[in-house]
Every structure is written in structure tokens, then in C-alpha cells.
Design a protein around this ligand. Structure first.
Ligand code: ADP
Ligand code: MG
Length: 687
């Protein structure tokens, strides 16, 4: 440690000896800015010598930890510049083949004779068992080491060894200083260890049982803080806070429905009845609308906006990206300006923003469309009565609580195509009522989905060209923006350049790194049919609606998650014509195979998303960490269901006795909830 007084928990990590600006930046990417944050960089797993399985006892399909010595490494070039490293590992009982793709560097890092610890899934390839892309670490036999060692997530230039030695200094010194949010009475009643003990033993357990006991305690902390916060948020709806009653069946809404070229489906009508009943009331609505991709959620959002305008109020319509916001603005403008309702876009260039903002403040805009900046910045609405949020999973608890802090309590309608498992829904979305819209509008066929090998790309593009000649449009989606990001997988720039030179079609390019104006231009040109093919990244994943697009080619489809692929293919076949989706990939492992096959077989978004949650975990799928569910880094809702329920019981008991947590023994919990959700909770709690 550096000279001078020892750093405090809240100090930046750079106050610690050996942590300079470069490493601080790497740590920041892992979510740690302060010394206290380091304590919650959770180990991804532990290397436990007592849990190593002899190679001779491995069986296909299982996940194992293995330790052994490298006999040989061979590098095999294929697919052009692609390289596969074959590592042959022996442990005295047998030999295991280990495969790493795109791994020219590995040959140098793993000379014969190195000792390795590996963790991964074992598959069968012909007669031999292989581990593909396991987690791995060199084991230094000469260094003294404990039996059970944490494996941390890394970023930038951080090494496992460096992280571990940092944590060995930080955890024992600082864990005892951390406040314990769990009231002592609860801790005693449930026989739980202290948070300090749990932190120490989650990082550096003496046994697997220790680690589990520590994890239980820390998961309960996460869930308890979140459950209390969400229950407090709920008070806004039930605690007599008043909202503004809207007019769900007013003249504008009726004219809008009459002008639609279709009837509302029964599912839409049912969901709308639930929403409308809430909007009429004085208490602010807080409702989550779930419906598969293409279920027709936007219409309901528009009806809700009209209910606000009919009541003389303003509505805000929030999308997760600028691109989607500008598309929604276009669509709303098209639908609403004939009714004399003014729509304004608050995203994009600053100039436009200033202007629109002034109109908004003056009340000249009825429906403002934008990104989260709509509620986060000092955007002032003249009389905001409704907030619609498209794609809920990116709008977390914290953002919901920020809404409440605007002083008024607007009605809140959040929409998502991602199904949320019950266990998680109660904890994370317990403040929201739920409406589900099953099925899709009539006449919509499933998106015929098939797989193609990379060697068949030529035929695939012939098919695209044929569709274009019939006047249809196509998306080509790539996993990367430009070729420098991957020597192996397709990039949008590369595919775009390749297609541009082919006569017969008009091709556009769309990816996240383009300036906002260029993105909007490309999207608009595609919508106006000035382009036949749009080559894009997953930026088109969420909500983009171009009814004339019928074909989607997804390059290197095994690089995407299941729910992501389903969202992507939901972009085609949204008009009268059936959609087709072609997944181009030569997947490396069984996982990739399974995911692509599931997509070919299954059209049900809920079912697919549930499989995806199992494969990748909810943190990743729902974007919990990045998108405002604070400190939910350790909990795994499927397997921690029992713990989530326990935390719900604890929260209920505590809040029954002491609704605002005013008791001294509850002060630390109260502080944790406020720190996690900001001071943006109902005033009943804060004063
Ligand atoms: P999502 O639920 O994925 O947001 P959208 O609201 O974008 O779906 O709707 C998908 C498409 O279905 C849009 O082109 C929309 O105009 C159309 N649509 C919505 N409701 C109906 C309906 N009742 N009948 C026919 N088409 C509909
Ligand atoms: Mg949508």
C-alpha cells in the first residue's frame, strides 16, 4: 500500500498501492470505481483442487474441472485466416483434446510441459472426448497456493494473478468495515452469517460449503434490498399518491381506431381494457405489457397516448435507442398528425433538441418521443401525464424510481417482448401490474427459418436477389461492424462492400458507430423502399418495423443469443407477405447447434426466451446490471428461486412492523435501499 493514511472504503481504487490509471480504467469496466466496489467483483467461480475430475472419468455432456500437463500443441489453419489450436492435455489417467478457435497466440502461451487447470463442457467428437473453449489458467506449482482459489472476471490488461493478489489485500482489510444491511434480528432468526464473513468467504472460502453459505447470505442481501425498494415504489400506486385521470375512450382514440386498416385482435382488446381501466383512475398506473415480437404492442401505446391528449395532457414515448425513437416518431407522426396531434422527437442533434424542448415546455407538443434522456435530463414537460416505455428490460428499477421523483406521478406503461420468470418478476417488477398479450395479429405466418452452411452463401444470396427482383426487401445482419473486430466472422462493412459492387440491387449500411443522422437516413431510405437490402448489426434487433421486408439473412448466426435471434427474425414478415430467415453458420460447439435448431423448430418467443434464460442467465438476457437493477450481480433467479422467496418474506415482515424502516436496527438496510435506488422514492418514505 502507498504511504499516507490508508484509503477509505469510498476512495477511488487509485488510492490503493499498485493501482494506476490504466488498471483503474480496466477495473472501472468491471464496475469498480471505489475500494468498496472491489468487494463486489464476484469471482466467476473457484478453482478447487479437491473438485478436479480425472480425465479418464469424464463423460460427454458434463461440465468438469480438469488439471493436467500439456503434451503438445498443434495449430491448424482453416477457413482462410482462421486458426484452431489443439491442446493435448494429460493427467496420468488419460489424455484430453482441448480445442481453441481463433487462437494463434495460444501456441506460444502454452508450451509443452505447462500445467493447466481447465473448466468446461466435455463433448464427443468421433471416438475422442474434447473440451471446446474451456475456461483455463496456468497453474504455477512453485508458488504457494490455497486449495480453493477465486477466478475473477477480467478486462483489458488485468491478469488473474494480479486480480487475485489485489483481492487478497483488499477483502480482509475492508470487508469488516462494510455496513451490514440485514437487521440483526433477521440475521439471528434465519441463522445467517455477517456480511463481512460472507464477503471474505465468497472470495476466499475454506471449503465449498463455506462458499455456498457465503453466497446464500449475499444473494439474500441483493434480493432484500431490491424487494424493499420495489415495495416502496409500489406505494406510489397504492399509497394514495394521486395521478391524473385520463380519457381512454375519447374522441381522438375513437377516430384513430376507426381509421385503422385492421381490427384490434381479441388479445389487444383485452390488454387495452386493462390499461384503459387504470388510466381512468386517479391513482397512477404502473403496468407491464408483455407480448411476443410482432404482437402489436405499439397500437396500445398509441391509444394510451391519445387518452392523455384527449384529457388535455402530454405523453412521453421512450425507446431504448435513438434509432428506434426516430422510427417510432415517424410512425406516430404518420398516424397522429391527421388527427391534429403533434408529435416531437427529442433525440439526435442538439440544435433540434433545443427547439423541440422549448415547444415541449410550452405545451405545443402532445406526444414526445425519445430515449431515456426524456426522463433523465431536465426535460420539462408542460403537463406530463403518461410515460410509455418500449422494451422494458432496458428500463430498470432505478429509472422507474426516477420517474416518480419528477414531482408528478405520471401513468407508466412499459412494454416488453422478453418474458420474465415469475421468481424474478416478483422481486424486480413487483411494483408493476402485468398484462399479457398472447398470439399475433391474424394473417401473420410464422417466419420460415432454416439453416445454411457457410459454403452455401452463394445460393443464399441468389435467393435474396430473387426476392428483391419481386419487389421485396431484405436485411442482412452481421455480428460485427468492421473486419478488424474478428478475423473469422462476417462484418457488416465487409458484406456491404461486397454487395455494393454487385449490379442489380441497392444496398444500405446501418450500424451503431454511424453518426445518428446517417443511421436515420439509412433507416428512412429502407422504409421508403429506396434501398433493397439493408446490411446491419443487431441495431435492427429491437422494434424496427418495415412491412415490405420479407427476407433476413443472419451471418454467423451462432454468434448471437437465442432471444436476440428471435427478435431479429421478428423484423421480417410483418406485412402481408410471409417472412423468411436464413441462419448462415458452421457452429463450433453443441451449444451453437442446439440454439440454431431451437430457432428453426420453435416460433414461440416466450418458450425461446425461457430457454435462453437457462443458457445465458438473466443478468445477460435482461441486461439487469447495465440497465438499472442495482447490485443484482450474484443472484441467478432460476436456481436462487428459494432465496428470492425468502427475501420476499423477510421484506414483508420488516415492512409490516416498520413500513419506512425508521427503527435504528433498520437504518443500514434503509441506507442500502436508498443508495441502490437513489433518493427517488415516494416522499412518504423519504420524510
Ligand atoms: P410489437 O408488439 O413487436 O411492438 P408492432 O406493434 O410493431 O409489434 O406491430 C407489428 C405489426 O403488426 C405492425 O406493422 C402493426 O401495424 C401490425 N398490427 C398491429 N395490430 C394489428 C392488428 N390488430 N391486425 C393487423 N395488423 C396489426
Ligand atoms: Mg415494438
Amino acid at each position: 500500500m502507498s504511504a499516507g493514511p490508508a484509503p477509505l472504503l469510498g476512495d477511488p481504487v487509485t488510492r490503493l498501492g499498485g493501482v494506476g490509471p490504466r488498471r483503474a480504467a480496466d477495473l472501472a469496466r468491471l464496475g469498480a470505481a471505489t475500494v468498496a466496489d472491489l468487494l463486489t467483483i464476484w469471482p466467476r467461480r473457484h478453482r478447487d483442487r479437491s473438485r478436479v475430475t480425472p480425465i479418464s472419468q469424464l463423460a460427454a455432456g458434463g461440465v468438469y474441472h480438469v488439471m493436467g500437463t500439456v503434451r503438445d500443441v498443434r495449430v491448424q489453419p482453416h477457413f482462410g485466416s482462421d486458426v484452431t489450436a489443439h491442446v493435448y492435455l494429460r493427467d496420468g489417467s488419460a489424455e484430453l483434446d482441448v480445442l481453441f478457435f481463433h487462437a494463434r497466440y495460444l501456441a506460444r502461451m502454452l508450451p509443452a510441459g505447462s500445467r493447466l487447470w481447465l473448466s468446461g463442457r466435455v463433448d464427443r467428437r468421433g471416438p475422442r472426448l474434447v473440451m471446446v473453449h474451456p475456461e483455463w489458467e496456468r497453474v504455477d506449482e512453485s508458488a504457494p497456493s490455497r486449495g480453493i482459489v477465486p477466478i475473477y472476471p477480467l478486462s483489458g490488461e488485468l491478469s488473474q494473478r494480479w486480480m487475485r493478489s489485489l483481492m487478497e489485500r483488499v477483502v480482509p482489510a475492508y470487508a469488516p468495515q462494510v455496513a451490514d444491511p440485514m437487521p440483526s434480528a433477521v440475521r439471528a432468526a434465519w441463522s445467517l452469517p455477517s456480511r463481512a464473513w460472507a464477503l471474505q468467504h465468497l472470495h476466499f472460502p475454506d471449503s465449498a460449503e463455506d462458499a455456498e453459505r457465503a453466497r446464500t447470505r449475499l444473494v439474500l442481501d441483493e434480493a432484500l434490498v431490491l424487494t424493499v425498494g420495489v415495495q416502496w415504489l409500489r406505494q406510489r400506486a397504492v399509497g394514495g399518491v394521486s395521478g391524473i385521470p385520463l380519457q381512454p375512450d375519447g374522441p381522438l382514440a375513437r377516430r384513430f381506431v376507426a381509421g385503422l386498416p385492421f381490427q384490434l385482435t381479441p388479445a389487444q382488446s383485452r390488454a387495452w381494457a386493462e390499461v384503459a381501466a387504470d388510466l381512468e383512475k386517479g391513482a397512477p398506473m404502473a403496468r407491464l405489457l408483455q407480448g411476443d415480437v410482432g404482437a402489436g404492442k405499439t397500437i396500445l401505446a398509441v391509444l394510451a397516448c391519445l387518452a392523455a391528449v384527449d384529457a388535455g395532457q402530454q405523453a412521453a414515448f421512450m425507446a431504448p435507442t435513438e434509432l428506434l425513437a426516430s422510427q417510432h416518431a415517424d410512425v406516430l407522426e404518420e398516424w397522429l398528425s391527421p388527427l391534429g396531434v403533434s408529435v416531437g422527437l427529442l433525440a439526435g442533434s442538439e440544435a433540434l433538441r433545443g427547439d423541440t424542448r422549448a415547444q415541449l415546455e410550452a405545451g405545443a407538443i402532445d406526444v414526445a418521443v425519445g430515449t431515456q434522456a426524456l426522463v433523465q435530463e431536465r426535460t420539462q414537460f408542460h403537463r406530463l401525464a403518461l410515460v410509455v416505455v418500449d422494451e422494458q428490460h432496458r428500463f430498470g428499477v432505478r429509472q422507474r424510481s426516477e420517474l416518480a421523483s419528477k414531482g408528478t406521478y405520471p401513468h407508466l406503461l412499459v412494454m416488453t417482448a422478453t418474458p420474465i420468470p415469475r421468481s424474478l418478476a416478483l422481486t424486480v417488477y413487483g411494483d408493476l401490474e402485468l398484462s399479457r398479450m398472447l398470439g399475433r395479429p391474424p394473417g401473420r405466418q410464422p417466419v420460415a427459418t432454416r439453416r445454411a452452411a457457410r459454403a452455401e452463401r452463394r445460393e443464399v444470396y441468389q435467393e435474396v436477389l430473387a426476392a428483391v427482383r419481386r419487389g421485396e426487401q431484405a436485411f442482412v445482419v452481421c455480428p460485427f461492424v468492421d473486419p478488424s473486430e474478428s478475423s473469422d466472422a462476417k462484418s457488416a462493412v465487409q458484406v456491404y462492400e461486397g454487395m455494393r459492387t454487385v449490379a442489380g440491387w441497392r444496398v444500405g449500411l446501418l450500424h451503431g458507430r454511424l453518426p445518428a443522422a446517417a443511421k436515420a437516413d439509412a433507416m428512412q431510405a429502407f422504409r421508403r423502399r429506396e434501398l433493397d437490402v439493408l446490411v446491419a448489426t443487431t441495431i435492427v434487433e429491437v422494434g424496427v418495423d418495415v412491412p415490405n421486408a420479407t427476407v433476413m439473412v443472419i451471418e454467423d448466426a451462432d454468434r448471437f443469443g437465442l432471444a436476440e435471434l428471435h427478435q431479429l427474425r421478428g423484423r421480417v414478415g410483418r406485412g402481408r407477405q410471409a417472412g423468411r430467415c436464413i441462419l448462415v453458420a458452421d457452429p463450433a460447439g453443441e451449444d451453437g447447434e442446439a440454439r440454431l435448431n431451437a430457432l428453426v423448430e420453435c416460433q414461440d418467443g416466450f418458450e425461446l426466451a425461457e430457454r435462453d434464460l437457462e443458457i445465458r442467465g438473466p443478468g445477460e438476457v435482461l441486461g439487469l446490471r447495465q440497465h438499472g437493477v442495482p447490485g443484482f450481480g450474484l443472484t441467478r433467479p432460476t436456481e436462487d428461486l428459494g432465496r428470492l422467496q425468502a427475501a420476499q418474506r423477510m421484506a414483508r415482515q420488516l415492512l409490516d412492523q416498520d413500513p419506512d424502516l425508521q427503527h435504528r436496527d433498520h437504518a443500514a438496510l434503509r441506507a442500502s435501499v436508498l443508495a441502490a435506488l437513489g433518493e427517488a422514492l415516494p416522499s412518504t418514505v423519504l420524510h
